[in-house]
Design a protein around this ligand. Structure first.
Ligand code: Z2T
Length: 838
């Protein structure tokens, strides 16, 4: 590629750090200017938040050359760009990751901060608000992928929604979850660049109308009854030590001016204001459901809003460069992160046909060559379905287009399976059973050139269980891309102590080539090294112990086994299975049967969807157990239980590095992949887990002897289900389980209130839909193995080291390379910047 001479300000060259503005003096000067001119503050009275803002602006300045050069490079020499469409981007704190990727060391940042009397960077990082623009795995995955795309120098843009309120903050009151609005923007968020001049119009509601165009063709057009404006708020996403700095473009909804003026003219002031308030609520709040579809009208509105803005933006960029619209698939590859943006199929067709006057076949060809779909769940309650009447009232033109897509598709199905009505009903985009509905997964699957699952097992089940007929029609369409996580955030930033060790023994290249970590295996029998490995882990656990004490008042012993389950609270993830294990552990200590049992600290964290009663009761259950156990003098030095409130990205960065044991205990076949499982393993935690999601691949890679496997396989679960599962019979054969359940029923973990956890007990002994009791005995057996392994600490450290050494595969760099090769056909496009600035 040709270097671009942009005549830009100097911060931009890695060749010469002095001139690149990445030295302590330059950072200090930048902070000083921003403190004074941008924030209007004087240094002596500046708060930590002021200094956070000043440092962030100074760092942001240093992204700009790369950001503008990356945009200019693609404008000047068109190159296929990935458009990653996602309703969620859970990007986490920005300051530290930008420092790392820019190459401003902690030491340099602290030299600058000391001149403002701040001793440690951590004091400043602490005050950063994280944008909680996602629920959990899916949103965090999108953020890891954006980081890896930039690090791999692949041109990409993330399109999403700038929610004013992200995922709620979680408080724990009397053991219950309380939700508090997340006002992440209140102190000002320095990482976004609003671009009001690139605003887009989006319509809703109204009706369609047919007409004959100048050439005598029948056409349809949409006359919406309502409009909103989307204003891009761009977040630069810098790659690791490269010039590529991509854009995350988040749309904020605003009211349309034309409507305001019209209403003002007729004197309907309050009507105009109501309209304005109505359109602004569009990007007001993130729906806090992970894995359940609520079918709310506003949610569909949000989806169409951001998808329409994003597609218009892509088409406009072609127009601006004079590229014919037929070239769309060569310039854009559009990835749908689950079905949340699946309306893109109909909206792209509408834009191409109604606004750009293409014929159906050309439009369909463009659409199907551009769009691919990632499925993230098989759970039926999570598959998005929109009530047909509601869909029509919001998007009448899109429904017409969907009917036509469906008509043409079902025609193909009829030819292939003559007389097979059942298949047609199953594959139809329109669900005709019960209340009619639009099935978004079917729409996405029919239009996509590739459909992928997120772990080998999941992709296999997707093909064989959820969509066998689609897979038969289009076998080459279905593929797997196993999830990954970025080693920059999840190892380098989160675990500096481990990173130093890796730098020393592998070399610093591991950070962009995680497979190099296999070099650690050379050290697996080196006693001194293994001791250093264990000491490193212990030092990180001490920090977490301090945090736990400050947050919960519970004192935990850093040398105890840190047994951790952090993730959204869901029955299929089975936090209650873990809780039952804790009760058994407690009873064994009580009954003097605990010899050989390692002192443990069991740590839980995670949010429950506000409307998910059973998940909230599980949180109450864990807190009840914690209260009883932590207050019992017999448990002193042996067992501690903590529920850490408000699990988010920032807290996750503290937890993964400090964990010894990773709880990945979902019912086989239910967790599509999991990504926390990867973060734990990379940081040297051993996994106790089922054969579910990416656990399967983690176990294959780290070796079965370095993984505590338990539980029924997906096939065995299916068999149990079809042969009739009787959880009550299991209780009868397991005295420890029976005793645990009896105590719960007596109110032992609820201050004598035997009714509090009744719904949970009834659920487990009655239906047990996620086979908690079926896996209980084998889980205890595996936990005994964990205790055994922990007693031989050298052996444990060796297993831990092998987990880090062998999990390079789970870098999101590998995932992105897979997507680029098999789905996107996109390639790296290095950005060069000349430094010859006068
Ligand atoms: C989500 O986080 C996931 C799946 C969803 O299905 C929705 C949300 Cl918000 C619609 C998770 C999966 O549960 C998890 O197994 C997976 O690792 C993650 O997506 C990323 O693929």
């Amino acid at each position: 590629s040709h270097p671009l001479d942009l005549r830009l300000p100097t911060p931009g060259c890695f060749a010469d750090p002095e001139r690149a503005g990445l030295d302590a003096d330059a950072v200090f000067d930048g902070m000083t200017e921003h403190l004074f001119f941008t924030l209007g503050k004087l240094a002596p009275t500046a708060s930590n938040h002021d200094l956070y803002m000043a440092l962030s602006y100074a760092v942001r300045d240093r992204l700009m050359t790369r950001y503008l050069a990356s945009l200019e490079a693609i404008r000047a020499r068109p190159h296929k760009t990935v458009a990653y469409l996602s309703a969620e981007f859970l990007i986490g704190p920005q300051l530290n990751s930008n420092l790392l990727n820019l190459g401003i060391s902690k030491d340099i940042a602290e030299q600058a901060l000391r001149r403002f009397r701040i001793e440690s960077l951590d004091q400043i990082l602490e005050v950063e608000e994280e944008p909680g623009l996602g629920n959990g795995g899916l949103g965090r995955l999108a953020a890891c992928y954006m980081e890896s795309l930039a690090s791999l120098q692949v041109p990409a843009i993330g399109y999403g929604i700038r929610y004013e309120f992200g995922i709620f903050n979680q408080l724990i009151r009397d053991g219950w979850q309380v939700e508090v609005t997340d006002k992440w923007l209140k102190g000002g968020w320095p990482w976004e660049l609003p671009q009001p001049e690139e605003a887009c119009f989006v319509g809703f509601g109204g009706r369609t109308e047919s007409y004959t165009d100048g050439k005598g063709n029948y056409r349809s057009r949409w006359i919406p009854s309502e409009h909103a404006i989307g204003i891009p708020h761009d977040v630069p996403v810098l790659g690791y030590r490269v010039n590529t700095c991509n854009r995350l473009r988040l749309w904020r909804a605003d009211a349309t001016e034309s409507f305001d003026f019209y209403a003002f003219n007729i004197g309907d002031y309050y009507g105009a204001v109501e309209e304005k308030v109505g359109s602004e609520t569009l990007s007001k709040v993130l729906y806090p459901n992970d894995g359940t579809d609520e079918g709310r009208r506003l949610r569909l509105k949000q989806q169409h809003f951001f998808v329409s803005c994003s597609l218009q933006d892509m088409l406009r960029s072609l127009g601006n460069r004079g590229i014919p619209i037929e070239e769309f698939p060569n310039h854009w590859t559009v990835q749908l992160n689950d079905t949340h943006p699946a309306i893109a199929v109909a909206e792209l067709m509408r834009l191409l046909i109604d606004e750009h006057y293409l014929d159906w076949d050309t439009a369909w060809d463009i659409t199907t060559r551009s769009v691919a779909y990632t499925n993230h769940t098989l759970l039926p309650e999570a598959l998005e379905k929109w009530d047909l009447t509601r869909f029509r009232s919001l998007l009448p033109r899109h429904l017409e287009l969907i009917y036509e897509i469906n008509r043409r598709f079902l025609q193909q199905v009829r030819l292939r399976y003559p007389g097979n009505d059942a298949i047609q009903r199953k594959l139809s985009i329109i669900d005709e059973d019960g209340g009619k509905a639009v099935r978004m997964a079917n729409l996405a699957t029919i239009a996509a050139h590739h459909v992928n699952g997120v772990a080998a097992l999941h992709s296999d089940l997707l093909k064989r269980q959820l969509m066998p007929e689609f897979a038969e029609i289009w076998p080459e369409k279905f593929t797997n891309v196993t999830n990954g996580v970025t080693p920059r955030r999840w190892v380098a930033l989160a675990n500096p102590a481990l990173s130093r060790l890796l730098d020393e023994h592998v070399g610093p290249e591991w950070i962009t080539n995680m497979e190099l970590l296999t070099k650690l295996e050379e050290r697996q029998h080196d006693t001194a090294f293994l001791e250093q490995w264990g000491a490193t882990k212990l030092s990180v656990k001490r920090k977490l112990a301090g945090y736990i004490h400050r947050q919960t008042g519970v004192l935990v012993d850093p040398s105890s086994l840190f047994d951790v389950q952090v993730k959204r609270i869901h029955e299929y993830k089975r936090q209650h299975l873990n809780a039952l294990q804790v009760i058994t552990h407690y009873l064994r200590i009580k009954n003097g049967q605990a010899e050989g049992m390692a002192p443990r600290t069991v740590i839980f964290g995670g949010k429950a969807a506000p409307g998910y009663y059973m998940a909230k009761l599980i949180i109450r259950f864990i807190n009840g157990i914690a209260e009883t156990i932590n207050a019992d003098p017999d448990m002193e030095g042996r067992l501690r239980v903590v529920f850490l409130p408000d699990y988010n990205v920032k807290l996750a960065e503290q937890i993964y590095p400090a964990s010894d044991l990773s709880e990945q205990v979902s019912t086989a076949g239910k967790e599509a992949s999991g990504t926390g499982n990867m973060k734990f393993a990379m940081n040297g935690a051993l996994t106790i887990g089922t054969l579910d999601g990416a656990n399967v691949e983690i176990r294959e890679r780290v070796g079965p002897e370095n993984f505590f496997l338990f539980g029924k396989t997906e096939t065995e679960i299916m068999e149990l289900q079809t042969n009739g599962y009787r959880p009550r019979q299991i209780v009868e054969t397991l005295p420890e389980l029976a005793e645990a359940l009896r105590l719960i029923g007596l109110g032992h973990f609820s201050n004598g209130d035997g009714e509090l956890f009744r719904p949970l007990l009834d659920n487990l002994t009655g239906f047990d839909p996620f086979f908690v009791l079926a896996d209980f005995a084998d889980y205890l057996r595996a936990q005994d193995e964990v205790n055994q392994a922990w007693t031989n600490r050298k052996q444990w450290n060796r297993m831990s080291l092998l987990n880090t050494a062998r999990t390079g595969f789970f870098s999101s760099d590998r995932s992105i390379q897979d997507y680029c090769q098999t789905i996107w056909k996109a390639e790296p496009f290095p950005v060069e910047i000349t430094c010859d600035v006068p």
